[in-house]
Ligand binder design. Structure first.
Ligand SMILES: Cc1cc2nc3c(=O)[nH]c(=O)nc-3n(C[C@H](O)[C@H](O)[C@H](O)COP(=O)(O)O)c2cc1C
Length: 141
């Protein structure tokens, strides 16, 4: 059984909803899931998981959230080599540039990022919810 940690930041709940749907997909696929907001997450949560999904909306000008998620990501950069990672988040008016940069950054650190990450405009609903559920399922395959 795979063990997935989902670590996320969400200001208005959209990325949080994605996190919950990803959790649902992974649980349906038989995984054990540890889901927590980044302010509660430790390096141990990262290390103890077979697979990790990190979530942040697009903030600032096309960057991940800077006060909590950015420092956490910096702290795990030296640990991601060879690790399967999911990256996900909600965005508003942009083109997803923050996610392209985030995926490139993690892959450059040696991570194995699933697809091109997963981005959803606003709150996931309908087909977008299914994308999140499937992302969770594929993370723990
Ligand atoms: C301070 C701030 C900066 C933002 N910057 C961007 C941005 O650069 N590009 C974008 O597409 N959306 C941007 N957004 C919109 C959010 O990414 C969007 O509302 C998202 O759904 C919020 O997710 P959350 O509910 O998980 O916080 C920004 C929102 C805020 C509050």
């Amino acid at each position: 059984m795979k063990n997935l940690a989902i670590i996320y930041w969400s200001g208005t709940g959209n990325t949080e909803e994605m996190a919950k749907l990803i959790e649902q997909g992974a649980i349906n696929a038989g995984a054990k899931v540890n889901i927590l907001t980044v302010d509660k997450a430790t390096i141990e949560d990262f290390k103890n998981a077979d697979v990790v999904a990190l979530g942040s909306p697009s903030m600032g000008v096309e960057v991940i959230e800077e006060s909590e998620m950015e420092p956490f990501v910096e702290s795990i950069e030296s640990l991601v080599s060879g690790k399967k990672l999911g990256l996900f988040g909600s965005y508003g008016w942009g083109t997803g540039e923050w996610m392209e940069n985030w995926v490139e950054r993690m892959n450059n650190c040696g991570a194995d990022v699933l697809d091109d990450g997963l981005i959803i405009n606003g709150m996931p609903e309908g087909a977008d919810s299914d994308l999140c559920i499937n992302y969770g399922k594929n993370l723990v395959k």
